[in-house]
Design a protein around this ligand. Structure first.
Ligand SMILES: [Zn+2]
Length: 423
């Protein structure tokens, strides 16, 4: 048996006035997702454990079968693994965004989706001018990394920039974390550290604000990447290998460094798809094509698509619906058509977390999943969308499942002949 999990990042949403009370998933034409829901098993999953930030890192770690409460140390170190930034024992990796600062406000968390080529020029200047603080590593587009050699930095509280768009930068700088060791001595150390790293963020404005690359962007009517934003920091996590935990050879297909980073720690093959961008313009068909090829040598593939999450952050209903339809037709549809025989395969579809259009950021609400293999038990769900799955879920005796248990259920999909009790 072989397995494919299709993850539409941030895909689920809330009913929208603009869609006459429907969600983007309801509005989108998704015959293939509906096929999985109608003929397979559906349910609700808590991918973000209570008390944790609803990040894609936490949520995807859950989906891949690892309890974030036990294994998660921060987003930075996961991305470090993906871009090949080596971490020493006392190193703390921060996610480093290029942002647009306008009049002291955080105007854009992604600097107008700055290109990787432009970002490389900015990273080079940061390493030349601000090397005394630590080292900057190039990632993709606006998503980069900063490694700082002092493990106490993990006790600072940082803020995801996409949560504070339009707000004063001054109010969301690094500060002493609520769960930090509160001894007077440690407090002073942490305060000084926060001050030093906040100073680094402001100094980056001096380096980047007048940078030729940004001047050119402004001339072209684009937003400049005129400041860095440090967040999501942590030390290296200790994760058991996927092969050892599940006895399966797994792979990821994604345009996002974070997911590749998780894959690297888990010992999964990160399959490079040339047109995978982590944005609306990603090569959906390419992802399906590479997945079909990779299934010859792998037992399980996680195909991750970032586009619906980006549309959620942008508050763009049209792009969200389009991304969902493309996942359905160009990935799921192509897989169903292209697999040698469905009998030997199981398919699942789900988001990692909701990214509702109206609030333009992630929530921790439970998410709906659908999973299918020929001969599996079908429950009463007709379509893959929020109200349909919630309705059949509420009518069933199922409980909301903890996110990290999803994979085990998928690997042992109940057959139609099996007893339905005790689920
Ligand atoms: Zn996500």
């Amino acid at each position: 048996m072989k397995y494919v999990v299709v993850i539409g990042d941030g895909m689920v949403d809330e009913p929208l006035e603009e869609l006459d009370g429907k969600t983007p998933l309801q509005k989108a034409k998704t015959p293939n997702m509906d096929f999985l829901a109608k003929n397979g098993t559906c349910g609700m999953l808590q991918t973000v454990p209570p008390g944790m930030e609803p990040g894609s890192d936490v949520a995807n770690l859950s989906i891949m079968g690892y309890d974030p409460k036990k294994y998660y140390t921060g987003r930075g170190p996961l991305e470090a693994a993906s871009i090949g930034a080596k971490m020493k024992k006392d190193d703390i990796a921060f996610r480093c965004n290029f942002i647009t600062c306008e009049n002291g406000l955080l105007a854009d968390f992604n600097a107008g989706h700055i290109s990787t080529i432009e970002a490389a020029q900015l990273i080079e200047s940061l390493n030349q001018r601000l090397y005394s603080y630590g080292k900057f590593y190039l990632g993709t587009s606006y998503r980069h990394l900063f490694i700082y050699n002092d493990k106490t930095a993990s006790q600072l509280k940082s803020t995801p920039p996409h949560d504070v768009v339009g707000e004063p930068i001054q109010e969301h700088l690094l500060k002493v974390g609520e769960d930090a060791d509160k001894s007077v001595e440690n407090r002073e150390v942490l305060n000084n550290l926060a001050q030093k790293l906040n100073e680094l963020m402001y100094k980056s404005f001096d380096v980047l604000g007048k940078h030729p690359t940004n001047q050119k962007r402004i001339e072209d009517g684009k937003k400049p990447g005129n400041m860095i934003w440090l967040w999501g920091q942590g030390p290296q996590p200790q994760l058991p290998l996927f092969k050892e935990k599940y006895n399966l050879k797994g792979a990821t297909i994604t345009g996002v460094d974070l997911i590749k980073g998780i894959g690297t720690y888990l010992g999964l093959t990160n399959i490079h798809v040339p047109g995978a961008t982590g944005f609306y313009d990603t090569d959906y068909c390419g992802k399906a094509k590479y997945a079909l090829e990779a299934l010859e040598e792998h037992d399980l593939i996680f195909i991750h698509v970032e586009a619906p999450d980006e549309a959620g952050h942008a508050g763009d209903i049209y792009e969200k619906i389009k991304a969902i339809e493309r996942i359905d037709q160009r990935i799921l549809g192509k897989l169903i058509k292209g697999l040698p025989s469905m009998d030997d395969y199981a398919l699942a579809v789900l988001p990692d977390h909701p990214t509702p259009i109206n609030i333009r950021t992630h929530t921790s609400n439970p998410i709906p999943y659908a999973m299918y293999t020929p001969g599996c038990r079908a429950d009463a769900t007709e379509k893959y969308d929020e109200p349909s799955i919630l309705k059949s879920f509420n009518e069933s005796s199922k409980n909301i499942m903890e996110g990290y248990k999803f994979l085990n259920l998928f690997l042992n999909l109940p057959k139609s002949s099996e007893n339905t009790k005790n689920e």
